[in-house]
Design a protein around this ligand. Sequence first.
Ligand code: SAH
Ligand code: SF4
Length: 421
Amino acid sequence: MSKEMQEISNPEEKDTKALFGMLPGELTELVAELGEKGYRATQIAEAIYRQRVTNVGAMTALSATFRQELGLRGFGVGMPEIVQTAKSVDGTERYLIRLADGETVETVWMPDGDGGERGDGSEASAEEEAAEGLEGNVSEFGSASKRDMRNVGALEQNGYRRATICISSQVGCAVNCQFCLTAKLGIKRNLTGGEIAGQVAAVLNRHGVKIGKDRINLVFMGMGEPFLNYVEFIRSVEILVKHIGIPESRMTVSTSGIEPAIRRFAEEPLRPKLALSLNASNDVVREQVMPITRKWKIGQLLDAVKTLPLGKREWVTFEYVLLGGVNDQPEHAREVLELLKGMKAKVNLIVWNPGPGIAYTQPKPADVVVFQKMLIEGGMPTYIRRPRGRDIYAACGQLKRTVDSPSAPVVGIAPAATPLS
Ligand code: SAH
Ligand code: SF4
């Protein structure tokens, strides 16, 4: 274990059965089993999800005897814990989060949103952007920082903070995209819904976030493929929306393209926005960079995406990682336009973030500009996603548990931020 690891701060929480992650019906059953009145379930939910307490002793609405009883029966809150932190020069923080069984995942905090890419669906709605003076033209390559400055101004004026949290859904990933560092881990296990939502709670606590005041966006874009852990992903959405209090319109889930899961997702009553990692303009290139294309072709994925009942202000986002010389040429841009013709869509271009042992190169800046321009001129809203936290390996596709990756720089443990009063 790395020397930067903090000692677990909640020793009484070790080896307990987690309350965090239980839905109201399950809590009701639990309190009934323990011979308590039904309203105790609501009090537990309130304490773990709204107040975000981290141990049973802090659930002061419950009687001391009931708290003791929970402890004796082996129950604890079970919120995952931040055990290591790295902070980027751009304000992004990357956390190593430890789960009950000692496995770890990474979670990222990006203050002021993820900047410069309204197109990814994770940012504020169009009306809110307009109200904040952020509505504008599609960015030119490199102009994101200008918008960020306006964003900072808006934050100060309005007195609330805005941030995006990027969460993991699995320990590792089975999908094996050739450009992604997480793929190198292979798949260890699925996270539970409580572990997925728990990353958010731990990060909200660290920053003293007030739900309902501060603007928090969530992206399911960390380690793992959420649609290969579908049931627990949906459970986490329910906890996050109904109990922690983050609306689904502020959430975006990104998938590498699991066709049956996209169709199932289209029927969910509680549905975050969808981003599909397209990453290539035809099946031949996509198969090289994302071998999962052997199973589901681009056409099948697009047909599935078209079944989504989009809201008035909802677009599907297509992520497109630009790999130098592989998928970043004008003929590829033309193919992308052809593929997405007629769809209510946006494209997010992501300049490939390098990682050790991955044999791709970054695209030339001029090629990125041409690619974006061609898509925009073809009628497709297209944004260039500003890399966040590249210096600390927190950017897209760079998440790989630091304890296993000595090549990823660690900047030590930053002190917790002071909560806003
Ligand atoms: N597994 C899901 C979500 C996590 S990956 C998915 O693949 O969609 C989130 C995004 O990061 C995806 O769009 C993916 O294509 C992109 N990505 C992966 N590795 C990257 C890298 N090295 N540089 C830039 N983007 C990367
Ligand atoms: Fe998994 Fe997404 Fe990385 Fe592909 S890009 S290996 S699906 S995390």
